[in-house]
Design a protein around this ligand. Structure first.
Ligand SMILES: NC(=O)c1ccc[n+]([C@@H]2O[C@H](COP(=O)([O-])OP(=O)(O)OC[C@H]3O[C@@H](n4cnc5c(N)ncnc54)[C@H](OP(=O)(O)O)[C@@H]3O)[C@@H](O)[C@H]2O)c1
Length: 326
Protein backbone atom coordinates (compact mmCIF):
# COMPACT_ATOMS: atom_id res chain seq x y z
CA UNK A 1 0.00 0.00 0.00
CA UNK A 2 1.05 3.63 -0.35
CA UNK A 3 2.03 5.40 2.86
CA UNK A 4 3.99 8.34 4.20
CA UNK A 5 7.34 6.92 5.31
CA UNK A 6 10.58 8.30 6.73
CA UNK A 7 14.00 6.72 7.30
CA UNK A 8 15.03 8.75 10.34
CA UNK A 9 13.43 11.31 12.68
CA UNK A 10 13.75 14.94 11.63
CA UNK A 11 12.03 18.02 10.27
CA UNK A 12 9.16 17.97 7.76
CA UNK A 13 11.49 17.19 4.84
CA UNK A 14 11.99 13.58 6.03
CA UNK A 15 8.38 12.70 5.10
CA UNK A 16 8.10 10.93 1.73
CA UNK A 17 5.33 9.15 -0.16
CA UNK A 18 6.43 5.51 -0.38
CA UNK A 19 5.30 1.93 0.04
CA UNK A 20 4.63 -0.06 3.23
CA UNK A 21 3.36 -3.62 3.78
CA UNK A 22 -0.46 -3.96 3.97
CA UNK A 23 -1.65 -4.35 7.60
CA UNK A 24 -3.06 -7.78 8.48
CA UNK A 25 -6.26 -7.28 10.51
CA UNK A 26 -6.78 -9.56 13.53
CA UNK A 27 -10.09 -11.26 14.46
CA UNK A 28 -11.22 -8.21 16.50
CA UNK A 29 -10.30 -5.71 13.82
CA UNK A 30 -11.65 -4.04 10.71
CA UNK A 31 -9.48 -3.34 7.69
CA UNK A 32 -10.22 0.21 6.54
CA UNK A 33 -9.56 1.57 3.07
CA UNK A 34 -8.45 5.01 4.21
CA UNK A 35 -9.96 8.01 2.40
CA UNK A 36 -8.93 10.82 4.77
CA UNK A 37 -6.68 11.11 7.83
CA UNK A 38 -6.47 13.91 10.39
CA UNK A 39 -3.18 15.59 11.24
CA UNK A 40 -2.51 15.95 14.96
CA UNK A 41 0.17 17.83 16.91
CA UNK A 42 1.40 14.48 18.26
CA UNK A 43 2.31 13.42 14.69
CA UNK A 44 4.87 16.24 14.57
CA UNK A 45 6.43 15.02 17.82
CA UNK A 46 6.51 11.43 16.57
CA UNK A 47 8.20 12.54 13.33
CA UNK A 48 10.86 14.28 15.43
CA UNK A 49 11.44 11.07 17.42
CA UNK A 50 9.88 12.47 20.62
CA UNK A 51 6.66 10.41 20.77
CA UNK A 52 7.19 6.74 19.82
CA UNK A 53 4.13 4.59 19.06
CA UNK A 54 2.96 2.31 21.91
CA UNK A 55 3.97 -1.38 21.69
CA UNK A 56 2.14 -3.25 18.94
CA UNK A 57 0.97 -0.09 17.11
CA UNK A 58 1.86 0.72 13.50
CA UNK A 59 4.92 2.96 13.24
CA UNK A 60 3.27 4.87 10.38
CA UNK A 61 2.03 8.32 11.48
CA UNK A 62 -1.67 9.04 11.94
CA UNK A 63 -3.99 8.80 14.98
CA UNK A 64 -7.36 9.06 13.20
CA UNK A 65 -8.80 8.22 9.81
CA UNK A 66 -12.03 7.84 7.89
CA UNK A 67 -12.79 5.45 5.08
CA UNK A 68 -14.61 2.35 3.95
CA UNK A 69 -14.59 -1.07 5.60
CA UNK A 70 -12.70 -3.49 3.31
CA UNK A 71 -12.59 -6.57 5.61
CA UNK A 72 -14.33 -7.58 8.83
CA UNK A 73 -12.54 -9.75 11.45
CA UNK A 74 -14.12 -13.06 12.50
CA UNK A 75 -15.15 -11.79 15.98
CA UNK A 76 -16.58 -8.48 14.80
CA UNK A 77 -20.34 -7.96 14.71
CA UNK A 78 -22.38 -5.11 13.25
CA UNK A 79 -19.92 -4.06 10.53
CA UNK A 80 -20.00 -4.96 6.83
CA UNK A 81 -17.69 -4.37 3.87
CA UNK A 82 -18.51 -1.01 2.31
CA UNK A 83 -19.65 0.66 5.61
CA UNK A 84 -18.24 4.13 6.22
CA UNK A 85 -16.15 4.26 9.39
CA UNK A 86 -14.18 6.89 11.29
CA UNK A 87 -11.54 5.44 13.54
CA UNK A 88 -9.31 6.19 16.49
CA UNK A 89 -5.98 4.48 15.89
CA UNK A 90 -2.66 4.38 17.78
CA UNK A 91 -0.86 4.82 14.43
CA UNK A 92 -1.18 4.07 10.72
CA UNK A 93 -3.52 6.77 9.35
CA UNK A 94 -1.15 8.22 6.73
CA UNK A 95 -1.59 5.12 4.54
CA UNK A 96 -3.91 3.45 2.05
CA UNK A 97 -5.08 0.79 4.54
CA UNK A 98 -5.41 0.71 8.34
CA UNK A 99 -6.30 -2.10 10.77
CA UNK A 100 -8.63 -0.87 13.54
CA UNK A 101 -10.03 -2.53 16.67
CA UNK A 102 -13.84 -2.63 16.25
CA UNK A 103 -14.34 -0.74 19.53
CA UNK A 104 -12.42 2.24 18.14
CA UNK A 105 -14.56 2.57 15.00
CA UNK A 106 -17.66 4.76 14.65
CA UNK A 107 -20.24 4.65 11.82
CA UNK A 108 -20.03 7.90 9.86
CA UNK A 109 -23.40 9.69 9.78
CA UNK A 110 -24.62 10.81 6.34
CA UNK A 111 -24.37 14.42 7.50
CA UNK A 112 -20.55 14.26 7.62
CA UNK A 113 -18.12 14.49 4.69
CA UNK A 114 -15.06 12.23 4.53
CA UNK A 115 -12.90 15.25 5.42
CA UNK A 116 -14.94 16.05 8.52
CA UNK A 117 -15.08 12.41 9.60
CA UNK A 118 -11.30 12.02 9.30
CA UNK A 119 -10.84 14.91 11.72
CA UNK A 120 -13.17 13.73 14.47
CA UNK A 121 -11.98 10.70 16.46
CA UNK A 122 -8.71 11.83 18.06
CA UNK A 123 -9.72 15.36 18.98
CA UNK A 124 -13.38 14.86 19.94
CA UNK A 125 -12.61 11.77 22.01
CA UNK A 126 -9.73 13.59 23.73
CA UNK A 127 -11.89 16.60 24.57
CA UNK A 128 -14.79 14.35 25.63
CA UNK A 129 -12.67 12.08 27.84
CA UNK A 130 -10.94 14.92 29.64
CA UNK A 131 -13.76 17.44 30.05
CA UNK A 132 -16.60 15.08 30.86
CA UNK A 133 -15.35 11.65 32.00
CA UNK A 134 -12.21 12.72 33.86
CA UNK A 135 -13.11 16.39 34.41
CA UNK A 136 -16.65 15.52 35.58
CA UNK A 137 -18.04 18.76 34.18
CA UNK A 138 -21.75 19.22 34.88
CA UNK A 139 -24.39 21.27 33.07
CA UNK A 140 -23.96 24.96 33.78
CA UNK A 141 -20.27 24.43 34.64
CA UNK A 142 -17.36 26.38 33.15
CA UNK A 143 -14.21 25.08 31.45
CA UNK A 144 -11.03 26.94 30.54
CA UNK A 145 -9.58 25.40 27.37
CA UNK A 146 -6.10 26.44 26.25
CA UNK A 147 -5.52 26.52 22.50
CA UNK A 148 -9.14 27.23 21.55
CA UNK A 149 -8.26 27.24 17.83
CA UNK A 150 -6.63 23.81 17.92
CA UNK A 151 -8.23 20.55 16.84
CA UNK A 152 -8.88 19.61 20.45
CA UNK A 153 -9.91 23.18 21.37
CA UNK A 154 -12.52 23.52 18.62
CA UNK A 155 -13.94 20.09 19.52
CA UNK A 156 -14.15 21.24 23.14
CA UNK A 157 -15.94 24.48 22.23
CA UNK A 158 -18.59 22.58 20.27
CA UNK A 159 -19.21 19.88 22.87
CA UNK A 160 -19.36 22.35 25.77
CA UNK A 161 -22.01 24.38 23.96
CA UNK A 162 -23.99 21.29 23.01
CA UNK A 163 -23.80 20.02 26.60
CA UNK A 164 -24.80 23.31 28.23
CA UNK A 165 -21.52 24.37 29.84
CA UNK A 166 -19.59 27.62 29.32
CA UNK A 167 -16.25 27.76 27.51
CA UNK A 168 -13.44 30.21 28.12
CA UNK A 169 -10.60 29.67 25.67
CA UNK A 170 -7.14 31.09 25.05
CA UNK A 171 -5.54 31.72 21.64
CA UNK A 172 -2.43 33.51 20.41
CA UNK A 173 -3.96 36.38 18.42
CA UNK A 174 -7.05 38.59 18.37
CA UNK A 175 -7.93 37.06 15.01
CA UNK A 176 -7.95 33.51 16.43
CA UNK A 177 -9.90 34.74 19.44
CA UNK A 178 -12.55 36.14 17.04
CA UNK A 179 -12.66 32.81 15.22
CA UNK A 180 -13.18 30.99 18.53
CA UNK A 181 -16.04 33.35 19.49
CA UNK A 182 -17.70 32.94 16.08
CA UNK A 183 -17.33 29.18 16.48
CA UNK A 184 -19.22 29.28 19.78
CA UNK A 185 -16.76 30.01 22.60
CA UNK A 186 -18.31 32.18 25.32
CA UNK A 187 -15.09 34.05 26.12
CA UNK A 188 -11.76 34.14 24.24
CA UNK A 189 -8.55 35.51 25.76
CA UNK A 190 -5.48 36.44 23.71
CA UNK A 191 -2.67 34.87 25.75
CA UNK A 192 -0.18 37.30 24.19
CA UNK A 193 -1.97 40.29 25.73
CA UNK A 194 -1.07 39.65 29.38
CA UNK A 195 -1.85 37.04 32.05
CA UNK A 196 -5.06 35.11 31.38
CA UNK A 197 -6.01 34.37 35.00
CA UNK A 198 -7.44 37.84 35.92
CA UNK A 199 -9.55 37.71 32.74
CA UNK A 200 -10.85 34.26 33.67
CA UNK A 201 -11.81 35.56 37.10
CA UNK A 202 -13.49 38.62 35.58
CA UNK A 203 -15.43 36.48 33.10
CA UNK A 204 -16.73 34.27 35.92
CA UNK A 205 -17.61 37.05 38.36
CA UNK A 206 -14.63 36.10 40.55
CA UNK A 207 -15.71 32.45 40.85
CA UNK A 208 -13.24 30.67 38.57
CA UNK A 209 -13.68 27.58 36.38
CA UNK A 210 -14.51 23.98 37.24
CA UNK A 211 -12.06 22.40 34.80
CA UNK A 212 -8.91 23.56 33.03
CA UNK A 213 -7.88 21.59 29.95
CA UNK A 214 -4.19 22.41 29.63
CA UNK A 215 -1.65 21.76 26.87
CA UNK A 216 1.03 24.23 27.97
CA UNK A 217 2.41 22.84 31.26
CA UNK A 218 4.72 24.60 33.67
CA UNK A 219 4.46 28.20 32.38
CA UNK A 220 0.68 28.08 32.99
CA UNK A 221 0.64 26.00 36.16
CA UNK A 222 0.25 28.75 38.71
CA UNK A 223 -2.34 30.70 36.72
CA UNK A 224 -4.22 27.48 35.98
CA UNK A 225 -4.42 26.62 39.70
CA UNK A 226 -5.50 30.19 40.51
CA UNK A 227 -8.23 30.01 37.83
CA UNK A 228 -9.97 27.02 39.45
CA UNK A 229 -12.93 27.00 41.85
CA UNK A 230 -12.65 25.08 45.11
CA UNK A 231 -12.58 21.40 44.14
CA UNK A 232 -11.61 22.26 40.52
CA UNK A 233 -9.73 19.91 38.20
CA UNK A 234 -6.61 20.76 36.19
CA UNK A 235 -6.17 18.21 33.42
CA UNK A 236 -2.85 18.04 31.63
CA UNK A 237 -3.11 16.53 28.15
CA UNK A 238 0.14 17.99 26.87
CA UNK A 239 3.16 19.87 28.23
CA UNK A 240 4.12 21.79 25.10
CA UNK A 241 6.05 24.53 26.90
CA UNK A 242 7.64 22.62 29.79
CA UNK A 243 7.26 19.76 32.26
CA UNK A 244 9.60 20.66 35.12
CA UNK A 245 9.22 23.50 37.59
CA UNK A 246 7.94 24.55 40.98
CA UNK A 247 4.41 24.17 42.26
CA UNK A 248 2.87 25.75 45.34
CA UNK A 249 1.06 22.69 46.68
CA UNK A 250 -0.58 24.71 49.45
CA UNK A 251 -3.02 26.07 46.80
CA UNK A 252 -3.84 22.52 45.77
CA UNK A 253 -4.46 21.43 49.34
CA UNK A 254 -6.26 24.56 50.51
CA UNK A 255 -8.68 24.63 47.57
CA UNK A 256 -9.23 20.86 47.30
CA UNK A 257 -7.86 20.90 43.74
CA UNK A 258 -6.99 17.90 41.61
CA UNK A 259 -4.15 17.82 39.06
CA UNK A 260 -4.66 14.94 36.62
CA UNK A 261 -2.51 13.78 33.70
CA UNK A 262 -4.04 11.90 30.80
CA UNK A 263 -3.18 10.34 27.44
CA UNK A 264 -5.55 8.64 25.00
CA UNK A 265 -3.19 6.80 22.65
CA UNK A 266 -1.59 4.42 25.14
CA UNK A 267 -4.88 3.20 26.66
CA UNK A 268 -5.91 -0.45 26.15
CA UNK A 269 -8.49 -1.08 23.40
CA UNK A 270 -11.16 -1.93 26.01
CA UNK A 271 -10.82 1.51 27.63
CA UNK A 272 -10.97 3.20 24.24
CA UNK A 273 -14.12 1.21 23.38
CA UNK A 274 -15.74 2.40 26.63
CA UNK A 275 -14.80 6.03 25.83
CA UNK A 276 -16.28 5.66 22.31
CA UNK A 277 -19.57 4.23 23.67
CA UNK A 278 -19.85 6.97 26.27
CA UNK A 279 -19.16 9.60 23.62
CA UNK A 280 -21.85 8.19 21.34
CA UNK A 281 -24.35 7.98 24.21
CA UNK A 282 -23.81 11.63 25.06
CA UNK A 283 -23.07 13.20 21.67
CA UNK A 284 -24.25 10.61 19.09
CA UNK A 285 -27.48 12.50 18.34
CA UNK A 286 -25.59 15.79 17.82
CA UNK A 287 -23.16 13.98 15.54
CA UNK A 288 -26.04 12.46 13.50
CA UNK A 289 -27.72 15.84 13.23
CA UNK A 290 -24.50 17.47 12.06
CA UNK A 291 -24.32 19.85 15.04
CA UNK A 292 -20.92 18.37 15.84
CA UNK A 293 -18.46 18.68 12.99
CA UNK A 294 -14.87 19.93 12.94
CA UNK A 295 -13.92 23.13 11.14
CA UNK A 296 -11.63 22.07 8.28
CA UNK A 297 -8.81 24.53 7.69
CA UNK A 298 -7.27 22.74 4.67
CA UNK A 299 -7.38 19.38 2.94
CA UNK A 300 -4.01 18.37 1.49
CA UNK A 301 -3.14 15.37 -0.73
CA UNK A 302 -1.32 12.53 1.08
CA UNK A 303 1.85 13.18 -0.93
CA UNK A 304 1.99 16.68 0.59
CA UNK A 305 2.04 15.53 4.22
CA UNK A 306 5.25 17.52 4.81
CA UNK A 307 3.43 20.70 3.76
CA UNK A 308 0.58 19.89 6.14
CA UNK A 309 3.06 19.44 9.01
CA UNK A 310 4.63 22.84 8.22
CA UNK A 311 1.17 24.47 8.39
CA UNK A 312 0.52 22.94 11.80
CA UNK A 313 3.99 23.86 13.05
CA UNK A 314 3.34 27.50 12.13
CA UNK A 315 -0.01 27.23 13.95
CA UNK A 316 -1.68 29.06 11.07
CA UNK A 317 -4.72 26.75 11.20
CA UNK A 318 -8.06 27.00 12.98
CA UNK A 319 -9.50 23.53 13.52
CA UNK A 320 -8.26 20.57 11.50
CA UNK A 321 -5.79 19.95 8.70
CA UNK A 322 -6.79 16.82 6.77
CA UNK A 323 -4.88 14.51 4.43
CA UNK A 324 -6.75 13.15 1.43
CA UNK A 325 -5.44 9.63 1.03
CA UNK A 326 -7.79 8.30 -1.66
N1 LIG B 1 -3.17 13.56 26.08
C1 LIG B 1 -3.88 13.24 25.04
O1 LIG B 1 -4.54 12.20 25.02
C2 LIG B 1 -3.92 14.15 23.84
C3 LIG B 1 -4.66 13.77 22.71
C4 LIG B 1 -4.73 14.68 21.62
C5 LIG B 1 -4.06 15.89 21.68
N2 LIG B 1 -3.31 16.20 22.79
C6 LIG B 1 -2.59 17.49 22.86
O2 LIG B 1 -3.53 18.53 22.71
C7 LIG B 1 -2.90 19.64 22.06
C8 LIG B 1 -3.72 20.05 20.86
O3 LIG B 1 -3.59 19.06 19.87
P1 LIG B 1 -4.01 19.35 18.37
O4 LIG B 1 -3.63 18.20 17.55
O5 LIG B 1 -5.41 19.85 18.39
O6 LIG B 1 -2.97 20.53 18.04
P2 LIG B 1 -2.98 21.87 17.23
O7 LIG B 1 -4.24 21.98 16.42
O8 LIG B 1 -1.69 21.99 16.54
O9 LIG B 1 -3.02 22.95 18.37
C9 LIG B 1 -1.95 23.37 19.14
C10 LIG B 1 -2.44 24.63 19.81
O10 LIG B 1 -1.54 25.05 20.81
C11 LIG B 1 -1.83 26.40 21.01
N3 LIG B 1 -0.83 27.05 21.85
C12 LIG B 1 0.50 27.14 21.65
N4 LIG B 1 1.07 27.83 22.66
C13 LIG B 1 0.06 28.20 23.50
C14 LIG B 1 -0.01 28.96 24.70
N5 LIG B 1 1.09 29.46 25.27
N6 LIG B 1 -1.22 29.16 25.28
C15 LIG B 1 -2.33 28.64 24.74
N7 LIG B 1 -2.33 27.92 23.59
C16 LIG B 1 -1.16 27.70 22.99
C17 LIG B 1 -1.90 26.96 19.61
O11 LIG B 1 -2.70 28.09 19.66
P3 LIG B 1 -2.33 29.47 18.91
O12 LIG B 1 -2.15 29.14 17.46
O13 LIG B 1 -3.51 30.31 19.19
O14 LIG B 1 -1.06 29.95 19.53
C18 LIG B 1 -2.62 25.81 18.87
O15 LIG B 1 -3.99 26.08 18.76
C19 LIG B 1 -1.49 19.19 21.67
O16 LIG B 1 -0.60 19.69 22.62
C20 LIG B 1 -1.58 17.67 21.74
O17 LIG B 1 -0.34 17.09 22.05
C21 LIG B 1 -3.25 15.36 23.86
Amino acid sequence: MKAIVYDHPGDESVLKLGEAPDPKPGPDQLLIKVITAGINRADLMQREGRYPPPPGASDILGLECAGEVAEVGANVKGWHPGDRAMCLIPGGGYAGLAAVHFGSAIQIPKTLSDEEAGGIPEVYLTAFLNLFLIGELTKGGVALVHGGGSGVGTAAIQMLKEFGARSIVTAGSDEKCDQCLKFGADVAINYNSGPFMPKVKEATGGRGVDVVLDIVGIPYLEQNLDSLVRGGRLILVSLMKGARGEVDLSKVQRNHLRIIGSTLRSRPVEEKAAIVSNFLRQFGAALEAGRIRPPIYRTVPLAEAAQAHRMMQRSEHFGKIILRVA
